[in-house]
Design a protein around this ligand. Structure first.
Ligand code: ATP
Ligand code: MG
Length: 283
């Protein structure tokens, strides 16, 4: 039986459980113990701090895990990256006080940089031939320059709001991260087969996220134009309505182009357009 490690609490916990739930896998209710038996898939769920997940998976304490790629890179553990999961996106960047006249990476030479990601920072500095002092601190990295502990910081940024609040400016985007499914290298045959089943479910959910199901009524004369607008998976579905000369057209459309398509469909004569959520796309 597979053992999956997920973050016990924090930014990735809810979306990790949400993704498993969408895949029909639920954690046994109420239990926030270290380990619980899942329902809907032969699997045990291990709740850990995100820092500990790469090592737990590398050691085989857990067979698979959901964790940010930033932690995977920082902890330098040998794990396989199985699949990116499309949530928990962030970047790790260098930021300096707003007033600083930053003119490129050479500014960093001889400076003190505070971070919780010394390994990733060290690699960046070496790659750029910069000799700077790395100050490792566990939390509240963003206040280090204001209190005189550092000249710059290297920290996680998502919207950039925290930087602005602390009078900082992002100057180098170094590492891009998102949550990923990772696995112990060389899982046995049985566990590899179970992992394939899980990957199949997750893939169908990730494919359907961001997609909408569109239905509309369409006059016969507009069919060709509508089909050209909506390629769909193979091509859109067309069903005759009881009213002569009218059809019902069904198609799957990406969320980002949804409104543009709706406007175009209306101009060619589509009526009664319905937009439905898609749960799964199984291919
Ligand atoms: P733990 O107690 O498990 O060690 P933590 O405090 O280290 O938790 P969280 O703040 O919960 O970590 O973040 C977990 C992960 O979420 C990060 O490692 C990163 O991959 C991702 N993440 C996405 N956006 C952000 C953000 N704005 N700030 C911090 N982490 C983010
Ligand atoms: Mg952590």
């Amino acid at each position: 039986m597979l053992k999956i490690a997920i973050q016990s609490k924090g930014r990735l916990n809810e979306q990790s459980l949400g993704l498993l739930a969408d895949a029909g896998i639920s954690a046994c209710s109420g239990s926030r113990s270290l380990i619980s038996r899942a329902k809907g898939f032969p699997m045990e769920i291990l709740y850990l701090r995100d820092d500990d997940i790469p090592q737990a998976v590398a050691m085989g304490v857990a067979d698979i895990g959901i964790v940010g790629l930033n932690e995977v890179a920082e902890k330098r553990q040998k794990v396989d990256e199985v699949m990116r999961l499309g949530f928990g996106s962030c970047r790790i960047s260098i930021a300096v006080p707003k007033a600083v006249d930053y003119d490129g990476t050479s500014w960093l030479s001889g400076r003190r940089i505070a971070t919780s990601y010394p390994v990733i920072l060290d690699r960046f500095l070496k790659d750029n031939g910069i000799d700077a002092e790395i100050h490792e601190i566990a939390g509240s990295v963003e206040i280090a320059p204001a209190v005189g502990m550092a000249d710059a910081i290297f920290d996680i940024v998502s919207s950039g709001g925290t930087l602005v609040q602390n009078g900082l400016r992002e100057v180098e985007q170094v590492f891009f991260s998102e949550a990923a499914l990772i696995a112990t290298p060389g899982l046995g045959e049985e566990k590899t087969a179970e992992l394939e089943k899980l990957k199949f479910r997750l893939r169908s959910i990730l494919t359907s996220r961001g997609m909408k199901y569109l239905l509309m009524n369409l006059p016969e004369a507009a069919i060709n134009e509508a089909v050209a607008l909506l390629p769909g998976m193979k091509s859109p579905t067309l069903l005759p309505l009881a009213a002569p000369g009218w059809y019902s057209l069904h198609a799957v459309v990406g969320e980002e182009e949804l409104w543009e398509k709706i406007e175009q469909l209306k101009t060619i004569g589509a009526e009664d357009i319905l937009v439905l959520n898609l749960e799964n796309i199984v291919r």
